[in-house]
Design a binder for this molecule. Structure first.
Ligand code: ATR
Length: 276
């Protein structure tokens, strides 16, 4: 009898630019797994029905991306604590017949820094630019890593304040134009805004106070070297681009659906870069 081939998806709206199929199909081929991974366009009005029909349609699970990450937490039957705390899930799978939800953006962020800036966990002061969903995953990762002082700097200060209240002790806010004053004491600077992304405006941060002891990372990965990372590197900082976060966040899902824990290798990285 032919072995049942597990099927996984990435769903979002729009979904055309997702690089997840490239990543998962690479791993499927590498491990000679008889399975599939496909992009599915699901609009916000159709998401509940899509999730409700997963079991019957025979999906092993899948990834959820913008704008469905928040709703995915609510619809799952079991959710990991991190997904609950972040308020968003990007990975769904069935376990003992129940639909589980996890957030692997935060662990992907941490794994990327483990690879690109070993020692980042020994530090304690971070500045996070932005206050959207990506910032929530990053702040959770920083708290798990033991960061004791986290300043959120966001254009819309109310969103920064709401996040600071959500994550509690040690998380504060600073005005958008106040970044310059935080840099001298900053161990880790993280951009979670879309500034610097291809097609988006560039940043207007004052980096005059940025010294070479600060680790700088960007979750934007197109372009790979954002203006922020280029300027930080010119100042002698260790910099970590955002592509590794995308690659590492994919690992737990692949393992849940296909039963093999895949590796993030230079060859995979090169494949995704060639597709940009
Ligand atoms: P995500 O879930 O990817 O984090 P989001 O929730 O839309 O996306 O958040 C985008 C972040 O980029 C926000 O912090 C946003 O700032 P506001 O809260 O002020 O909107 C930030 N951002 C986007 N465009 C920006 C711009 N032109 N200048 C400054 N910040 C910007």
């Amino acid at each position: 009898m032919a072995e049942h081939a597990p099927r996984a998806f990435v769903c979002g709206w729009p979904i055309t630019h997702s690089r997840s199929p490239l990543i998962h199909r690479y791993w499927l081929a590498e491990h000679r797994i008889n399975g599939s991974y496909d992009a599915v366009a699901v609009d916000p009005a159709g998401f509940d029905d899509f999730v409700g029909g997963l079991r019957e349609a025979g999906w092993a699970g899948g990834n959820v991306t913008i704008p469905h990450k928040e709703r995915a937490v609510a619809l799952a039957e079991r959710r990991e604590a991190a997904a609950e705390r972040i308020g968003a899930a990007n990975t769904l799978w069935f376990e003992n017949g129940r639909l589980h939800a996890a957030n692997t953006d935060w662990s992907g962020f941490a794994a990327n820094l483990d690879q690109g800036a070993p020692g980042w966990r020994d530090r304690e002061r971070a500045v996070v630019l932005g206050a959207g969903g990506a910032a929530r995953a990053v702040i959770h990762a920083l708290q798990v890593a033991g960061y004791r002082q986290i300043a959120i700097v966001n254009r819309t200060v109310e969103r920064a304040q709401a996040l600071a209240a959500r994550f509690g002790d040690g998380v504060g806010t600073a005005p958008w134009k106040g970044l310059g004053g935080l840099l001298a004491d900053c161990d880790l600077l993280v951009n979670t805004t879309s500034l610097g992304m291809e097609g988006a405006p560039g940043h207007d941060f004052d980096l005059a106070g940025l010294g070479d002891r600060t680790i700088v990372t960007d979750i934007v990965y197109v372009p790979l070297v954002t203006p922020l990372l280029a300027q930080a590197a010119a100042r002698g900082c260790v910099t970590v681009d955002g592509l590794g976060m995308l690659l590492h966040q994919a690992v737990p899902g692949f393992e849940a659906w296909f039963g093999v824990r895949p590796q993030v290798t230079d060859a995979l990285r090169a494949l995704v870069i060639a597709d940009m």
